[in-house]
Design a protein around this ligand. Structure first.
Ligand SMILES: NC(=O)c1ccc[n+]([C@@H]2O[C@H](COP(=O)([O-])OP(=O)(O)OC[C@H]3O[C@@H](n4cnc5c(N)ncnc54)[C@H](OP(=O)(O)O)[C@@H]3O)[C@@H](O)[C@H]2O)c1
Length: 288
């Protein structure tokens, strides 16, 4: 039985570079993105770079929980085990947008969809063998507080505030999930890749876009370099000894005390389950 990897946002940037490495390592890789042409082109580029191998592109708008659910069902219908889940789907939202399911889009894509995917794929994570969840975000930064009374940022939206809230939520998700993984052969690997030369700044208008691109060019590293480092997240056996591993590239880092607050992490977990259930028919999740 082959090893399976699912990569959200695997059609560009860090996710695509990671996909190349996983195909080279012999994984059966599925990349998910929301642009058809880009996804197909990325799949052939990955195959060519890896000199063959198994790679599929699945199209989905992961800012929608219904789409996260559809992709999860598709995966469960084809595979009995998930070896690596890589979470990279991301898009900067300069203006506050609401998805058709009623969530602020940055919150939906950067955090809630990642949380939902893990819930939907629960039965194939760390049960029939080891699973590594590699979550690319911005851990270890001091990003203030989370306002639970305004999680959807009706009052205080800015692209930067949304980024900070999303990063905080990813940190808390990692903390709470790693606590709940007992009895599973699973490890959560939370990664801050630092500045990487990707299309992450593309949504900005000119001239800001060119200025940010210059910044990325001078101070960033290539996605391929992160892809290369990612082999370590994939293969290092010692990472499976810890439920939660946090990295800045290849250096282990610590989360600040606000991120390790288990009451806060549990509160976000329960709120997130409730949000998913609000848009799911026949929701079976419980907060326990
Ligand atoms: N680059 C950096 O400097 C940096 C720094 C810190 C953290 N990170 C983190 O690293 C991760 C990857 O970032 P990146 O720089 O590689 O980004 P990127 O190059 O912009 O790639 C983003 C990926 O997400 C996909 N995507 C966007 N919206 C989607 C949607 N609605 N549904 C499904 N897929 C969607 C994109 O595909 P489509 O275009 O087809 O939608 C693309 O494959 C992110 O979580 C980011 O927060 C990056």
């Amino acid at each position: 039985m082959g090893r399976n990897a699912l990569i959200t946002g695997g059609t560009d940037g860090i996710g695509k570079a990671y996909a190349k490495e996983l195909v080279k390592l012999g994984y059966n890789v599925i990349i998910v993105g929301h642009t058809e042409e880009k996804g197909k082109a990325a799949a052939s580029e990955i195959k060519q770079a890896a000199g063959g191998g198994r790679i599929q592109f699945w199209k989905a708008d992961l800012s929608l929980i219904s789409e996260v659910s559809r992709i999860s069902k598709l995966f469960l219908s084809q595979f009995e085990h998930l070896d690596i889940l890589v979470l990279c789907a991301f898009q900067m939202q300069l203006k506050r947008k609401i998805t058709s399911e009623g969530f602020e889009k940055s919150f939906a894509l950067y955090y809630l969809s990642r949380f939902a995917l893990i819930q939907f794929l629960d039965s194939v994570i760390g049960i029939r063998g080891e699973t590594r969840i590699v979550d690319f975000a911005t851990p270890g930064q001091n990003y203030g507080e989370i306002d639970f009374s305004d999680l959807q940022m009706e009052k205080s939206y800015s692209a930067m505030n949304a980024l900070k809230r999303g990063s905080f939520c990813n940190d808390l998700m990692a903390v709470e999930y790693s606590k709940r993984m007992s009895g599973r052969q699973a490890a959560f690997i939370l990664v801050w890749p630092g500045t990487v030369r990707t299309g992450v700044v593309n949504p900005y208008p000119q001239p800001l876009k060119s200025i940010f691109k210059l910044y990325l060019w001078f101070f960033g590293i290539s996605p391929e370099k992160i892809g290369n480092i990612s082999k370590y997240y994939t293969t290092d056996k010692s990472l499976m000894n810890n439920r939660l591993n946090v990295f800045h590239r290849d250096k282990e880092i610590k989360l600040g005390s606000s991120r390790l607050d288990s009451n806060l992490a549990q509160k976000l977990w329960e709120k997130s389950l409730q949000l998913i259930c609000d848009v799911q028919i026949n929701c079976t999740f419980t907060t326990k």
